[in-house]
Write a protein that binds this ligand. Structure first.
Ligand code: BES
Ligand code: ZN
Length: 471
């Protein structure tokens, strides 16, 4: 066993206890009341980076701060040495509904080899694997023969659209700081537990909220019913016209720019060991849903959607209340595939909604954020072989290549602006319950993630840095 591997083995419980520390901070980016906790979390990461000997900086933004860290070695690595930028996010989704958690969301609790807490897998636990990997390499004195440069960037707005980081990335300072050859991201899942997985595509997103207003106050539904338009009814009528029976989206032009899945991708997806019934059973379903002619994985990875995330209107308390509500609103998201433009789609939805709103109802559409989808051609990337090898050494299986239905908004921008390969290598599992109650992260995945990451970086050690299958 090499020195860095021994370090990882012997620090396993120390890594876990540091993970638990940061899981205790409720860094909910969507909640303005959590600003101080956001700052505290950013500081926590800065401190961890500094303790490993990295140069660190908190970059203030209009939103939540960015944390930047870089290893500046005493002896410069060879000019050809690649720069690897590790990206992650320290913000989390709101933990609601709280009553469904078996242990409180910000009191990390271990059950059955998993740590349960909001942010455990998404993304504090996954991101930390790379920090601890770099720590194991630096602390075991292997730094001098290192032939790569490493940087870290952590943001606090991934769960709300990454606006601050996107803005920073547009500045010359941002581009200089983040310049790299490869971006390493662990914020996705493995295809199956212990199955090494590289994700080469993500869906994009358009998030918006529609507000309808009818009368200037809630009205008696007997006195007024049938004589004025009910905003809650209007909302359901409008929303129901945005998709049809098998989920095809009825927004004009929605599919115009969609790049279809290639035959090769469809074959690769079909060849993956996947039991649709079992997958559905895990989420309490017997039947799936979606566009005719596509498999379940094709639907979730390669096709665009319209979904309602929340509807609010009228009386929500116990018992009945006979009113026509004054207001109704809905939050919705479209998941987009590569080449669909969130701005263009936002305009098209707006025009359509304008046509569907009935008389007597006023409306407002607030577009919250948008991000493009992406699909990378990793065939050419010189980082895929060393990464696959590190994964295969750690997990003892061949790496599979998949796409993901979720979004990581900054990733497409990183790819284009920094002109760098993006390697999405997740340690999470499909049943980690991200964004749901009882989010978890397997401690085995955490540990293996650290080992695999360290083995990847270790490929760039030594004068020629041609280890691990690099050509
Ligand atoms: N870690 C997720 C992305 C993800 C989702 C990976 C599902 C694997 C499976 C990420 O933190 C996330 O949730 N992103 C948001 C972005 C949005 C709020 C802009 C998403 O996809 O909803
Ligand atoms: Zn998330």
């Amino acid at each position: 066993m090499t020195a860095f591997e021994e370090y990882i083995v012997s620090h396993r419980s120390d890594f876990e206890s540091r993970l638990f520390d940061v899981l205790k901070i409720p860094s909910i980016s969507a909640d303005p009341a959590r600003r101080a906790d956001m700052k505290r979390t950013a500081e926590w990461f800065r401190h961890q980076f500094a303790a490993v000997g990295l140069q660190t900086e908190i970059i203030e933004t209009e939103g939540h701060p960015l944390v930047f860290a870089e290893y500046v070695p005493d002896t410069e690595p060879a000019p050809s040495a690649p720069t690897i930028l590790v990206y992650g996010h320290y913000d989390v989704q709101p933990p609601d509904p709280l009553e469904l958690w078996h242990s409180p969301p910000f009191e990390p609790t271990v059950r059955g080899g998993n740590v349960y807490a909001r942010g455990a897998t998404d993304d504090k636990g996954q991101f930390l694997t790379h920090l601890f990997a770099v720590e194991s390499l630096l602390k075991t004195g292997s730094a001098a023969q290192r032939n790569f440069r490493v940087k870290f960037i952590a943001e606090g707005e991934e769960e709300v659209g990454s606006q601050a980081l996107e803005k920073f990335l547009r500045t010359p300072e941002g581009q200089k700081k983040l310049a790299c050859d490869c971006i390493l991201v662990s914020d996705t899942s493995q295809f199956a537990a212990g199955q090494p997985t590289i994700t080469y595509g993500l869906r994009g997103i358009l998030a918006a909220e529609l507000f309808l207003t009818g009368p200037n106050r809630d009205l008696h539904s007997g006195t007024f019913g049938g004589s004025v338009f009910n905003p809650a009814v209007a909302l359901t009528k409008i929303l129901s016209q945005l998709t049809d029976a098998d989920g095809i989206v009825r927004i004009p032009g929605f599919y115009d720019d969609v790049i279809p899945l290639t035959d090769r991708e469809r074959q690769q997806f079909a060849a993956l060991p996947f039991d649709e019934k079992e997958f559905l059973a895990k989420i309490g379903l017997q039947t799936g849903f979606g566009e005719t002619g596509y498999s379940l994985n094709e639907r979730r990875w390669g096709r665009p959607t319209f979904d309602i995330n929340g509807i609010t209107a009228g009386y929500q308390g116990e018992g009945s209340k006979t009113i026509i509500p004054s207001k109704a609103s809905a939050k919705f998201t479209c998941r987009l595939v590569p080449n669909q433009d969130p701005v263009k789609i936002a305009e098209s939805v707006k025009t359509l909604i304008g046509k569907l709103v009935p008389p007597g109802i006023t409306w407002e559409l607030s577009v919250q954020h948008g991000a493009a989808g992406m699909s990378l051609n990793l065939d050419q990337s010189r980082f895929v072989a060393p990464l696959s090898q590190a994964l295969e050494t750690t997990f003892g299986k061949k790496t599979v290549f998949i796409r993901e239905g979720g979004s990581i908004p900054i990733v497409a921008d990183f790819h284009h602006v920094l002109n760098a390969d993006v390697l999405l290598v997740g340690w999470g599992q499909d049943d980690d319950a991200l964004h749901s109650p009882n989010e978890k992260f397997s401690l085995e995945s955490f540990y293996n993630g650290i080992l695999a990451s360290a083995r990847f970086f270790h490929c760039f050690f030594g004068a020629s840095a041609h280890g691990c299958g690099m050509s």
